[in-house]
Design a protein around this ligand. Structure first.
Ligand code: F6R
Length: 249
């Protein structure tokens, strides 16, 4: 894993934008994997600005989001569909057929998981996957547990994740308990992975991802086995990694 530490959240977002633009310059019809949540917000804003300023042509990219809550319709402001449309897809002018997301409203959710995984494969896999990390080390909604789940699947969200994500809902009780998430194989088959981490709330999780044991109890640790992972972290998130570096000197 390569780790690049930036001074600020904004620098992290600029560096991520530069990498995404490089990917699209190499392959204008690149398949991007995307996370929702707070960490990529500024990156998405900057992508929207790059589209507006015609710095790069996003029109041919296709995107696959990592996850969606079960039971939230796409027009529900708390759904990831809604979030992605408002924060990124509208600004990029991407048609819905270019922006894939798991359908959390599907009647047959097992069939939906299979369909979503097959679509990623049919697209030739993900060229560049942008991941956030949960403070409990989840990636996508792959929560700590006894085993890695390879394929797109239904997840029961942990109390920690519901607590963290309750900031977008009226209360923890109001926060969905179930979600659909890409699995660890879907993630590990991405050709390149960019893991973003910002803020002191991610310091311990990032340390476990980069330096900890590889274990399903810390799902992000599996990324240590991937060939092309770049961790982009601001100083606060990387604080423990840097402490380790200076201890080693
Ligand atoms: C969301 C996702 C999650 C988030 C993680 C961090 O699509 O895949 O793994 O990346 O929960 O969320 P934030 O960025 O809100 O701290």
């Amino acid at each position: 894993m390569k780790v690049r530490v930036t001074e600020t959240y904004e620098d992290m977002s600029d560096a991520a934008l530069a990498l995404i633009m490089d990917q699209i310059r190499i392959k204008p019809d690149a398949v991007l994997g995307l996370a929702a949540g707070s960490t990529p917000l500024l990156l998405y804003k900057k992508m929207g600005e790059a589209a507006r300023d015609k710095t790069i042509d996003f029109s041919r990219i296709r995107t696959f989001n990592l996850d969606e809550y079960i039971g939230l319709a796409p027009d529900n402001p708390q759904s990831y569909h809604y979030f992605m449309k408002k924060q990124l897809f509208d600004a990029l002018g991407l048609p819905p057929e270019h922006t894939m997301m798991p359908d959390g409203m599907a009647d047959d959710i097992a069939a939906e998981c299979a369909r979503y995984g097959a679509m990623i494969e049919a697209a030739g896999g993900i060229d560049l996957l942008v991941l956030g990390i949960g403070s409990n080390t989840h990636i996508g909604f792959n929560e700590p547990g006894p085993a890695f789940v390879p394929e797109t699947h239904v997840v029961e969200l942990s109390d920690a994740t519901r607590q963290a994500n309750s900031r977008f809902f009226k209360s923890v009780d109001d926060t969905p308990r179930w979600a659909v998430s890409m699995g660890i194989r879907d993630i590990m088959f991405a050709k390149n992975i960019l893991l973003l981490a910002s803020g002191a709330g991610k310091t311990e999780a990032l340390w476990k991802a980069v330096c900890g044991d590889i274990t399903p109890m810390a799902p992000a640790s599996i990324l240590q086995l991937h060939r092309n992972v770049l961790v982009l972290a601001d100083k606060a998130a990387a604080a423990r990694l840097q402490r380790n570096e200076s201890e080693a000197d």
